[in-house]
Ligand binder design. Sequence first.
Ligand code: OSB
Ligand code: MG
Length: 376
Amino acid sequence: MSLRLARITLREIRMPLREPFEISSGRTTGRRILLLELADTDGATAWSECVAGEQPSYSAETVDTAWHAVTEWIAPRVLAAGISHPRTLDGALRRAIRGHPMARAAVEMGAWTLQAERDGVSLSRLLGGTRAEIATGISIGIQASPAVLAEKAGAALAQGYRRIKMKIRPGADIEFIAAARESLGPEAPLMADANSAYTLAHADHLADLDAYRLQMLEQPLAQDDLRRHAQLQDRLATPICLDESIPHADAAEDMLALRAGRIVNVKAGRVGGFTQALAIHDLCRRHAVPVWCGGMLESGIGRAANVALASLPNFTLPGDVSPSARYWERDVVTPEWTMDAAGMVAVPADRPGLGVTVDVDRVDDLTVRRRVLAAC
Ligand code: OSB
Ligand code: MG
């Protein structure tokens, strides 16, 4: 059954983080989050979240560029035409609008969620998910000292997290990782994420990380540089995982052909939505390359989308889908996302759509701007 949208409502909400989050390119103390609510002509509705950040430090997009792109270019197109199936949206939007993947993804993922609502199935089911629960990893920002990092990582393992990711940058890397490895023991599942902070000139330095037996090293080099990632991978025993360098499924194909990495961090919001995320999942599955679901400090709405995606079969490594309380004093969904003592987050596969209820009063309280775009 095809969809016809009547309305897209944009909101910007502000949510202070419980603790600042620092990566190699910058520090976040609170999130500005663009939320969308899609409504079809029959009155069905669905929420979605844009993963764009406050600053263009992870990629070129920001909350403000996404607001602009959705308002001016993406929503008018989607409101003017019916959607035969959400899987057709990515190609149509990609052809018309260059760049702005996070803005496109917010609308595309909302259309999938609306389809799930209309079909009365969970988003997980609609996407082809098979898992009842997701193994959860934590992403720990750059800390003041190696000792502080080791202590935080230990506390996270004690809480049940099944993998610890540590953010690194030149000047805050080897000593930090060494302290965590030393304190947590040889079997602790550790990895590092550089968010493009290094160059090939650091290859020998990065090869020293091999001694700490990390599960993977995420995105050491520049976003648009698969070739040098391949050269670096050649010199490392540690598998490289790509995040920023995979903006669509063709890039994942290039990664495989060039041997630029051995694992992919899939974020639907980074790749223009679920259609490309599914294509990357399927491609990697055919090549026996594991994937995992990344996070972008989402509210409970974006987290629901991540949990649904992470329920697909080739998401075999723990995802950055930490529970609500890791980020927020209070989330915008009920129930909040929780993790059990074994580090698992349950997939709400028996509830339609996102599987959680958006607390609209809470969203209203946090909203700093709102705009309604209607079909004419
Ligand atoms: O590189 O995965 C990343 C957060 C913001 C921007 C980039 C990244 C991250 C994370 C956070 O690692 C993961 C999470 O949401 O817990
Ligand atoms: Mg990353």
